[in-house]
Each structure stands twice: as structure tokens, then as C-alpha cells.
Ligand binder design. Structure first.
Ligand SMILES: Cc1cc2nc3c(=O)[nH]c(=O)nc-3n(C[C@H](O)[C@H](O)[C@H](O)COP(=O)(O)O)c2cc1C
Length: 204
């Protein structure tokens, strides 16, 4: 079984999502023998923004830097397609996701590879995977405080992975980490408990 681990937070050692996504991967390793893990750090090795040249399909005329980036995007797509489980560290940045993570999504959402349009509408081609999103945000976004409507992180990730055909999407959340040191620790501890639960990280 292949597990793809993707981190996107820019805060290195202080990152909540990095700490928790590593804990998720450790659980999968502990509970599933023979797991192959591929790691991609989108902050230290970012993919470039998508351009018309990337979509052109002909690498011959591209300069060396762009050729390298196109090849890196193809590698990212292959890793995603080969994965049975995808663990994504996804902090909320400005109500959405880090641009590094968006750049990765732009490389894995590829017409004819991970989705296609049919007469009946769009069809995801990357089904059969499990996606676990490790999410962290400074505040809280829910119906009670009226801020759910500006959460463009979780609904967006659900939509994009769903569009690619993935129905098994799970969120591990650490919320309110900027509210106080106590709330941050509580959020990390609660997420840690969810990760340590016996039902978590078991292959179907
Ligand atoms: C550039 C930046 C933008 C952020 N934007 C938001 C935001 O819009 N809403 C929010 O609740 N928290 C926001 N935060 C707080 C982060 O979501 C929170 O600190 C999270 O833990 C960051 O992930 P990390 O700990 O893995 O680095 C932002 C943090 C950074 C660094």
C-alpha cells in the first residue's frame, strides 16, 4: 500500500499541521505493515504556478527551468495517482489554503488523468483513495459564530478531492490555535487523541 504525505505549511518546526500530519503517518505505519511512504514538502520544494506553457503539452520549446518544473508536476501527478492514502497538511491561510498547496492541486487536477467531462457532467477518475486532511486554523469557523461562510479551506478541499472522484475524505482539525496558548495546546491534544483512536489509520 502506498501513502503519499504532503505538507504545505511555511512555518517549519512551529507548524501544527506538520506535527499532526507526521503523527497521522506514524499511525498508518504502525497499523499497516508494508506501507510505502512518499513525502513531498511543498514549502521547501514548491511547484511553480501553472502557466499556459505548462498546459501546452510540448516541453521541447521550454526553457530549462520550466522543463524542470513541468517534470516536477508530472512526478507529483504520478505520486498522487499511485497513492492509496494521501495525507495532506493544510493550514488555513487567508481563509483558504497556502498557495503552495494550490499549486500542487493545479498539477494533480488534470483533465483525462484525474477527471473528465462527459455528457452527464464531470467525472472523477481518481476514486478509490483515502484522503486525510490535517487542518489547522487560528480561529473558529462554524454556524454558531457566523463565520462558516468565510471558510474556503475545508469546503474547497472537500470539493476539489470530490471532483477528482474521492469519496473517502477525513479531516483531522486543530482549531483556534491563535486564540491562546491553552487553546492551541488543547486543539493539538484533541487532534492527537483522534489520531490515536483505535479506529483511525486502519486500511479498509
Ligand atoms: C500567512 C498566514 C495566514 C493565515 N490566515 C489565517 C486565516 O485566514 N484564518 C485563520 O483562522 N487563521 C489564519 N492563520 C493562522 C493559521 O491557520 C494557523 O496558525 C495554523 O496553525 C498555521 O498552520 P501551521 O501551524 O501548520 O503552520 C494564518 C497564518 C498564516 C501564517
Amino acid at each position: 500500500m502506498n501513502l503519499l504525505h504532503v505538507d504545505s505549511g511555511i512555518l517549519g518546526g512551529n507548524s501544527v499541521t506538520r506535527q499532526l500530519s507526521a503523527a497521522v503517518v506514524d499511525q498508518w505505519k504502525a497499523r499497516n505493515s508494508g506501507l510505502t511512504v512518499t513525502y513531498r514538502d511543498l514549502a521547501s520544494a514548491p511547484l511553480g504556478h501553472l502557466t499556459a506553457d505548462h498546459l501546452g503539452g510540448n516541453a521541447a520549446g521550454l526553457d530549462a527551468g520550466l522543463k524542470k518544473d513541468v517534470a516536477a508536476g508530472a512526478e507529483a501527478l504520478d505520486e498522487f495517482l499511485a497513492a492509496d492514502v494521501v495525507v495532506v497538511g493544510a493550514p488555513m491561510y487567508n481563509f483558504s489554503i497556502p498557495s503552495q498547496l494550490k499549486a500542487w492541486i493545479d498539477r494533480i487536477a488534470v483533465r483525462g488523468k484525474t477527471f473528465r467531462y462527459t455528457e452527464k457532467g464531470p467525472e472523477g477518475l481518481a476514486g478509490g483513495k483515502k484522503v486525510i486532511v490535517v487542518s489547522s486554523r487560528g480561529g473558529f469557523y462554524n454556524a454558531e459564530n457566523g463565520l462558516a461562510a468565510i471558510d474556503h479551506q475545508e469546503p474547497y478541499l472537500r470539493a476539489v478531492f470530490g471532483f477528482l472522484g474521492i469519496t473517502d475524505i477525513e479531516f483531522v482539525r486543530a482549531e483556534g490555535v491563535a486564540v491562546s496558548p491553552e487553546q492551541k495546546q488543547k486543539a493539538i491534544d484533541d487532534a492527537g487523541k483522534a489520531i490515536a483512536h483505535p479506529a483511525f489509520a486502519k486500511a479498509a
